[in-house]
Design a binder for this molecule. Structure first.
Ligand SMILES: C[S@@+](CC[C@H](N)C(=O)[O-])C[C@H]1O[C@@H](n2cnc3c(N)ncnc32)[C@H](O)[C@@H]1O
Length: 363
């Protein structure tokens, strides 16, 4: 028996087992930094094209400095990502590993996520730590590279599945898009989703709204480069969007949970839809209850991204700070409060992260 002041007996087996995990997480955290560099330098992409090669051959193929490449290879070999043959000092990237760590892997490219963790931590760790003491948040302006980062992350899903696999899930919408309808994407970031849809459906007209001038500039520049005449972009605060009954189909891609005033934005989206119109809300496929997220394969990653970005940018505006993990139960309630009928919540192959809420506005 222990009294309140006595220390309880420690279960030493548990301590040792956790010690292994604690050391493992330091190795993995360091590895994330290496994978981020491997992604940015395209070293991982290059390795995936090479037969077993020496560090010099790899550095030459990637056009990088051999000494740095060799040290980096040490990290990824000891992490069991790349295999090493000490006889001829060659390195081999198993194609089964490349299938999860290269641009070729599309939505499965975890090295792109590694880059995101490093960038978000770099941008905000110090100021977010301060917010733990003072409350408040870190504003978008503290994340100068955010739009580019987000475009990299969502781009791999949009390119992989948006037109081929997402839109066909929404009843009737592909046919309508082919015939010609009015479409909007709210919180469109760099506009890649709109541009892809505008290219695929030339009879329809597309509008992208975001309050980030950087995002809208990138969106316009892609639309111009692709010669699109049916995509327009506007710098617009979604909480102040004042449009009535204009659109047949509205989408949001991961842009509700980090809003300052998500309920207001959902209502504005409902107002902007024509009666009978469809709203596709793509957002994190999680539960609103921590206990139901414990086995979520991306749980730790998504809660951490919430601390480092999604929750804090909302709180910085005096907003609600829903956070990345607001979850399906709350999402359904907020959609209903805004006037939508949730027809279905789907998962889409090729996107392990998001739930697809297919909703309609009453006629
Ligand atoms: C997580 S990003 C998603 C961007 C884009 N939909 C994508 O998937 O790449 C959220 C976006 O919402 C935008 N956003 C946040 N609050 C907004 C507001 N009140 N009005 C307009 N855009 C907003 C941000 O600028 C950002 O581009």
């Amino acid at each position: 028996m222990t009294t309140q002041t006595e220390q309880p007996q420690l279960d030493m087996q548990k301590v040792e087992a956790f010690g292994g995990r604690a050391l493992g997480l330091l190795n993995d955290a360091a590895l994330v930094a290496m994978l981020s560099i491997g992604h940015k330098t395209r070293l991982l992409d290059t390795l995936a094209t090479l037969p077993p090669s020496t560090s010099q051959q790899i550095a030459d193929a990637a056009n990088l400095n051999e000494r740095y490449v060799r040290e980096w290879l040490g990290a990824v070999v000891t992490a069991r990502i790349v295999e090493y043959n000490p006889v001829d000092k060659t390195y081999w990237f198993p194609r089964e590993h490349a299938a999860m760590l290269t641009r070729e892997a599309g939505p499965n490219n975890m090295a792109n996520w590694a880059q995101a963790i490093v960038e978000l931590t770099k941008a905000t760790e110090a100021s977010v730590t301060e917010c733990f003491r003072t409350g408040g948040g870190v504003p978008y302006s503290a994340f100068p590279g955010f739009q580019k980062l987000m475009a990299d992350l969502s781009g791999m899903v949009f390119d992989g599945v948006l037109v081929s696999n997402v839109l066909p899930h929404v009843p009737g919408v592909v046919q309508q898009l082919e015939q010609g309808i009015e479409v909007a994407d709210v919180g469109c970031g760099s506009g890649h989703a709109i541009n892809l849809m505008a290219k695929a459906f030339p009879n329809s007209r597309f509008a992208g709204y975001d309050f980030s001038p950087d995002g809208i500039a990138a969106a316009r520049s892609e639309a111009a480069a692709w010669g699109l005449r049916n995509a327009a972009f506007q710098v617009q605060d979604a909480a102040a969007l004042n449009v009535r009954d204009r659109f047949d189909f509205i989408t949001t891609f991961d842009s509700i949970h980090d809003q300052a005033y998500p309920g207001k934005v959902l209502k504005n989206i409902a107002n902007a839809l024509k009666p009978g119109g469809t709203y596709l809300m793509v957002d994190e496929g999680t539960s609103s209850y921590l206990e139901e997220n414990i086995d979520h394969p991306m749980g730790t990653l998504l809660y951490s991204v919430s601390v480092l970005h999604c929750m804090t940018v909302s709180l910085a505006q005096g907003g609600e700070g829903l956070g990345t993990m607001w979850g399906e139960q709350l999402a359904r309630k907020m959609l209903a409060d805004a006037g939508f009928t949730v027809q279905e919540v789907k998962r889409v192959e090729g996107d392990i992260e998001n739930a697809y809420y297919i909703t309609t506005k009453a006629r």
